[in-house]
Design a protein around this ligand. Structure first.
Ligand SMILES: NC(=O)C1=CN([C@@H]2O[C@H](COP(=O)(O)OP(=O)(O)OC[C@H]3O[C@@H](n4cnc5c(N)ncnc54)[C@H](O)[C@@H]3O)[C@@H](O)[C@H]2O)C=CC1
Ligand SMILES: O=C(O)C1=N[C@H](C(=O)O)C[C@H](O)C1
Length: 250
């Protein structure tokens, strides 16, 4: 059987360099390009690549995906910074390239995907819910893509269940003291040397609390998800948002 031809964009970055090693080690994949900032995207077309793993920056990702989709190259995207406008733009591009698949995964680690799922399930049973994400201090964006997605899933679950707004009697607060408001869910971002990527979802009801916590202790935690996404995206045209769609979670 022929090997899947894979390229990594952001190949010298923290997660990109780990992804290069993971693709090289996968028996069913061949690494045909590993590009960093400033490298020419035309190299991709010449390499005969089938799937690009995009792990760069929010400023670079749209240009890279525009190129991939125009050339019918599937993409597995871990880069953060997704807005409704950006997703709509991607859908427009994809409609002009039927057969091309793009997976955007706010988080590739199975534990983080499960944290989001469990938080979504628990959200309607508790009066209060807040998200705390904790990352290494070199992270460029806050709150994390994972925390933003978690809060959106929680908010959607609470809306569907007809939950009342969360109790919060705060009248005066220093800017930022109550975190960022993501769809009505407070999200707090901590940056601390020694950490990698961690998240807690705190839920509170009458006389009880529930804490769902996940810790990524090494970038290797993201690799099984990246490899799974790479194998599945070639047979999944259009836009898929979230690795959970490639996992049998129901
Ligand atoms: N979805 C997930 O599971 C994960 C997502 N991430 C996300 O991945 C992104 C990268 O994270 P890190 O590796 O920690 O950052 P990093 O800063 O270590 O790496 C980014 C790399 O991309 C390069 N780059 C920038 N523009 C480029 C372009 N146009 N073409 C090729 N390379 C380009 C940079 O020079 C840098 O080497 C961030 O958005 C981060 O939040 C990180 C870890 C897990
Ligand atoms: O920048 C990181 O490191 C990570 N970014 C992603 C995010 O913003 O959610 C995934 C993970 O948290 C690691």
């Amino acid at each position: 059987m022929s090997k899947l031809r894979v390229a990594v964009l952001g190949a010298k970055g923290r997660i990109g360099s780990e992804a290069v090693r993971a693709v090289e080690a996968a028996d069913d994949m061949e690494l045909v390009a590993a590009l960093g900032r400033g490298d020419k995207l035309e190299t991709l077309a010449e390499s005969g690549v089938q799937v690009v793993v995009e792990l760069t920056t929010p400023a670079s990702v749209m240009g890279n995906l525009d190129f991939c989709i125009r050339h019918g190259i599937h993409a597995v995207v871990g880069t953060t910074g997704w807005s409704d406008e950006r997703l709509a733009q991607l859908n427009t591009w994809l409609s002009g390239s039927p057969g091309t698949g793009v997976l955007i995964a706010p988080n590739f680690s199975i534990g983080a995907v499960l944290t989001m799922k469990f938080a979504e399930q628990a959200a309607r049973y508790f009066e209060s819910v807040e998200v705390v994400e904790l990352h290494h201090p070199n992270k460029a964006d806050a709150p994390s893509g994972t925390a933003t997605r978690t809060a959106q899933l929680i908010a959607e679950a609470r809306r569907k269940a007809g939950c009342a707004p969360q109790p919060d009697a705060t009248v005066t607060a220093l800017d930022g003291a109550r975190g960022a408001d993501v769809d009505g869910v407070p999200v707090h971002a901590i940056r601390l040397r020694g950490l990698l990527a961690h998240q807690e979802v705190l839920l509170g009801g009458e006389g009880e609390t529930l804490t769902i916590r996940h810790d990524s202790l090494h970038h290797s935690s993201f690799m099984p998800g990246i490899l799974l996404g790479t194998r599945r995206v070639v047979t999944t045209p259009g836009l898929t948002f979230g690795l959970e769609h490639f996992l049998d979670l129901n």
